[in-house]
Design a protein around this ligand. Sequence first.
Ligand SMILES: Nc1ncnc2c1ncn2[C@@H]1O[C@H](COP(=O)(O)OP(=O)(O)OP(=O)(O)O)[C@@H](O)[C@H]1O
Ligand SMILES: [Mg+2]
Length: 395
Amino acid sequence: MTQIVSPENESDLDKGMVIFQDVRKVYDDSIVAVENLNLIINKGELVSLIGPSGCGKTTTLKIVNRLEECTSGKILIGGMDIMSLDPVRLRRGIGYVVQEIALMPHMSVAENIGIVPRLHNWPRKKIMKRVDELLEMSGLEPAKYRYRLPDQLSGGQKQRIGVLRALAAEPEVILMDEPFGALDPISREVLQNELLSIQQKLHKTIIFVTHDMDEALKISDRVVIMRSGKIEQMGSPAEIQENPATEFVRNFIGEDRLSQISPEDSVSVLVEDPWGKAYPDQSASDVLSMMEDEDMESIQVVEKRANRWAGMAYLRDVKRISRTGGSVRDAARRDRKLYLEEATMRDAAEMLADKAYPIPVIDEQGEFLGVITEAGIARLTIGRLKRRVTGGASQ
Ligand SMILES: Nc1ncnc2c1ncn2[C@@H]1O[C@H](COP(=O)(O)OP(=O)(O)OP(=O)(O)O)[C@@H](O)[C@H]1O
Ligand SMILES: [Mg+2]
């Protein structure tokens, strides 16, 4: 896969996949900013890097466009080792947006956007066409904004021009370092939405650094949570919210952003093995003594073969049948049950509120899967309560 050749021009970078192999960056022989970073970013993917201040996010971006050079390891873009490329040409082939956009103050909006295309010697007409196209894409009327100076723009507009400037020469890879970090919440949201809609059209490979978890969860295909120069966890926004790998991640995401249980969720997480089971052919008196020993109010009756559910027997019925010498099958009732495929948390909670007995859960074929109990619901709730007490966003 490694192909160490020097491309004729930056467009050879356009395959867009970015691979970090064992990348390490040490500043001043002692400050380890990035440690053994291994990460593959697919073409067209928007990946956010998020983590506490100083964890190495900016450094990770800067070593991609060689504003900094890694101490060891390798970065490949489109299969090519970036160290085999001329750094100036490499940088021209990669879009870069930072928080405090440094637009050239004496240049118009059009000239600012056209900087990189000009370095690529695009013809003037092509540049003007591209500038207008980008302004339109971003909802800024070209006739009105083309000739403005940066001073005549709002903060949000300046930042937007910064993004357009990074897109102008159609790079496949764009690095964004807290691009919306300095904006007010409303402008930030507008620009996030705009970035999403641009991304839907253009499918760039974007590495996006942010401090803002809501932003990362909203815009990213994948979120990489960093801590002290290392990856603590990566995954889709849903994955990291549903399965935070460590306490650090859990705290960093913040308790209120962790997936909440909805009343409409499936009961599957609540299904547990029952205390005891009886086989239909067992005599009611044997089952009765077991239930009395174990202090059980009810028991699930399940066929040995195929694990088919035969019903649920209550203590009083088992007692009654035991007096006639019958089997527990005769005591089993089949009216209380939930089907896993369709049962929701709300169904389970309502049934338990009505009667505190365990609820058997079966599948459509009638196979017994387990029970839902009041205790199970209580444990789930307590787990959440505990996390809230120990939690609290750390940054
Ligand atoms: N030029 C430099 N010389 C020495 N140390 C540096 C340099 N740049 C960054 N560092 C150190 O490297 C570590 C990582 O810094 P980096 O800027 O990558 O963090 P960051 O995650 O972007 O932080 P923030 O969220 O505050 O922007 C920090 O300890 C920082 O002090
Ligand atoms: Mg930074």
